[in-house]
Design a protein around this ligand. Sequence first.
Ligand code: ADP
Ligand code: MG
Length: 319
Amino acid sequence: MPSEFELIDRYFRRPTHHTVRGVGDDGAIVQPTPGMELVISTDMLVAGTHFLPNADPADLGWKTLAVNVSDMAAMGAAPRWALLAAALPAATETWIAAFANSFFACADAFGIDVVGGDTTKGPRNFCVTIFGEVPQGQALLRSGAQPGDEIWVSGQPGLAALGLAHVQGRRTLEEPALTACLAALHRPQPRVALGLALRGIATAAIDVSDGLLADLGHILDESKTAAVVHFERLPGLALAFGDDSELARDCLLAGGDDYELVFTAPASRHAEIEALAAALPLALTCIGSIEAGAAGELRLLENGRPLEQRRRGFDHFGA
Ligand code: ADP
Ligand code: MG
């Protein structure tokens, strides 16, 4: 059995690229770029809550960092540094190696230096703290949406929740939906390039971790505005896979874990955003608009008629 320090040295101490002092001291030292603000966020993944106990360590390593990178994307920040606090039930080296390799693959993919962390024995649990940079005053907040703005969503929301339904045996998916949904669930792709490009364009942004309606609701709450969403404009799973089931609709509107971005922008920027979609390339769909009205009020219409949708998203302590 390797010791705690052998584990850290073997699997979590890797070369850094823009760090004064990384793993190996009591604290890391970093030098922020002059003129930039630091954006800081933390997210925890707990066995049994965020992943199944038998989850593939390679999937988990990627996802543990990717969900944190997604928060940087939603802020319009460039991810720069991360710390990993890990509780592990045992020092099983094959498991830890697979986890660490894909954790660092995600770090490399997004230019992140892993500069420290903590390693303890305990029920499997991973907590990442991430630091990103954004030019002063240019971060994308949840609070900037204005009546008249359009509401946009990236990619195809709903895939991860549909993948989870398959993994949990509530649904049996066929190809090509199966591969797409499992990839979305296990290897989410944080929309960093989109977040950076939206600086100066978007008035508000959030990443979809709990559900499209729930997360859009957070923008409405923070911006103290109302909104209308047109269901038929959404990039539907019916279009993608011919799946118009009740479950697919629920996954689309309220499924979590997609890590797509929902953002608002003035209608005058519509053509610019379409050009951005082509340049990235990444589907960007205009699904509704911000309206004057009661803070947080969200009207969901289908072809102009109110659409009943009770569930908005995932809540750890909700019903
Ligand atoms: P301390 O006793 O001062 O808390 P530790 O023994 O916990 O230090 O950690 C030693 C070094 O290894 C520190 O630089 C710490 O940031 C780093 N470290 C510990 N665990 C991890 C990990 N899972 N990933 C990255 N760095 C880690
Ligand atoms: Mg420590």
